[in-house]
Design a protein around this ligand. Structure first.
Ligand SMILES: Nc1ncnc2c1ncn2[C@@H]1O[C@H](COP(=O)(O)OP(=O)(O)OP(=O)(O)O)[C@@H](O)[C@H]1O
Ligand SMILES: [Mg+2]
Length: 450
């Protein structure tokens, strides 16, 4: 069941319960008022009959006889009178007032009180009898029914209008959520280009803006990944082409030479020309040795060599020496203060890559006079790598490349992080990388510091 239907149904249930409670309370009040009214009518009727009987017995009385007394109740709204003789035979009965708009039978049965008839003994002539007065609640109930019907109709109208209004407001308020769910469904087919127009309450506007920002970030990450993938494919293809060229140019001709020299040895042996055989054998050896050299160098290229195989500090010294030789105008300083024992090879390589990319960036983009590199141990077994230069710093128009993004990915994969800020003297750039020295250190770090 959708949220909208659930909300509207709950509100409808509340309204219907209110309607039912209102109806029950009105019914209870009506029952009480009808009973009171009927009791009062019976009491008044009894009083009137007794007074009439007293008047009739008075000397020189001109009061009406018992039959007339019964007919005095003709057209009465609440009472029905009957005259019964001493043999129990009904002699005459009053004609009660019929209600103009009678109430439904179920309501009369529900509301009408069961009151015993009132008996008043009478004497007429030489005989005696009694007058029976019975309550006739139909007119009273009809009156209550009229009021109840109007009240319930007004309440029902109120409930219907409230339900319609609530339905309208809820539908409008939830429309942005429906748009959001449709947009999420559309991401599968349309990708991260889907955007929503902020609308509705402030909470929903924030939700929509959050969705748009998330789509923007995912779109950017997807483009970045695609570019990386394309680059990777291009590099692989270039590598394969180079290998094919090497195999063709450096191995192919020498294999052919080996085949020719072997055929020459065979021919010389067949004709008994043994003097030529040593020269051909020596040529084969030269060709094979040439090929061995090439195969070794190709293997060296194929095998992923780690720059830190020789240790982190020596590898960094080589790197600095490499740049110092090419950029003598820049002063490079290197300060390695970490204990390499217990530091994982993968962590050392990440540190090396951070220094490599940051120094390359400084030389390439910063025109610095000085580049300082420091590697030290931070709290919680973290390795802090800091590279700062005094160059031009990050320009406002700098376009993100793969270098810094790649470093962020490498560091994040091992539970570290990268910070790029203006250099310490307010010039240049300072790149600081934080990295757990081992997986154990990574596990030790509290999540808040991640
Ligand atoms: N030390 C620095 N001084 C000045 N600008 C820098 C420095 N380091 C980075 N930048 C700026 O930041 C941008 C992003 O650097 P990043 O290394 O991500 O990409 P890149 O060097 O341009 O390309 P590549 O993908 O080849 O690394 C650079 O283009 C440059 O404008
Ligand atoms: Mg770069």
């Amino acid at each position: 069941m959708s949220l909208r239907v659930r909300l509207i149904t709950s509100i409808l249930v509340v309204l219907l319960v209110s309607l039912a409670v209102g109806g029950l309370s009105a019914g209870w009040t009506a029952t009480k008022s009808v009973r009171t009214e009927m009791q009062a009518a019976l009491a008044n009727g009894e009083k009137a009959v007794r007074n009439g009987e007293a008047d009739r017995r008075a000397p020189a009385a001109a009061a009406p006889g018992p039959d007339r007394q019964v007919h005095l109740f003709d057209g009465n709204r609440h009472l029905r009178a009957r005259l019964v003789d001493e043999a129990g035979q009904m002699r005459v009965a009053s004609v009660p007032l019929e209600p103009r708009q009678p109430a439904p039978g179920w309501l009369v049965a529900l509301v009408a009180p069961s009151l015993p008839p009132v008996e008043v003994p009478l004497e007429f002539g030489d005989r005696s009898g009694r007058m029976l007065l019975e309550a006739d609640p139909r007119n009273e109930v009809a009156e209550v029914w009229g009021q109840l019907r109007d009240g319930l109709a007004a309440l029902a109208l109120f409930c219907a209008l409230s339900a319609a209004l609530v339905g309208f407001v809820v539908s409008r308020a939830l429309r942005p959520l429906e748009d959001l769910s449709a947009a999420l469904a559309a991401v599968g087919s349309e990708g991260f280009a889907v955007r929503l127009k902020p609308a509705g309450s402030p909470e929903l506007v924030r939700l929509t803006e959050g969705f748009n920002a998330m789509m923007e970030r995912l779109g950017r990450a997807e483009r970045h990944n695609r570019r990386l993938h394309e680059q990777l494919v291009a590099v692989q293809e270039e590598e394969r082409a180079e290998l094919a060229r090497d195999l063709h140019d450096e191995i192919g001709p020498f294999l052919f030479c080996v085949a020719v020299d072997a055929a020459a040895i065979e021919a010389a042996a067949q004709v008994g020309n043994h003097a030529e055989i040593p020269d051909s054998a020596a040529a084969i050896r030269r060709s094979v040795s040439h090929m061995q050299g090439h195969v070794r160098s190709m293997l060296g290229r194929l095998r992923p060599a780690s720059p830190v195989e020789i240790g982190l500090a020596p590898a960094l010294r080589n790197l600095v020496a490499f740049w110092q030789a090419r950029r003598p105008g820049i002063t490079f300083t290197l300060d390695v203060e970490v204990e390499e024992d217990g530091m994982e090879e993968a962590a050392k390589e990440v540190v090396y890559r951070v220094v490599q990319e940051s120094v390359t960036n400084a030389v390439r983009h910063g025109q610095p006079g000085q580049v300082e590199i420091s590697i030290r141990t931070g709290p919680e077994e973290q390795v802090i790598t800091c590279i700062s230069d005094d160059g031009v710093g990050l320009s406002a128009t700098a376009v993100p490349g793969f270098g810094l993004a790649g470093l962020r990915d490498r560091l994040a994969a091992r539970g570290g992080g990268l910070q790029v800020v203006t250099g310490p003297a307010g010039r240049g750039l300072q790149v600081t990388a934080r990295l757990p020295r081992s997986e154990r250190a990574e596990a030790l770090r509290p999540p808040a510091a991640a």
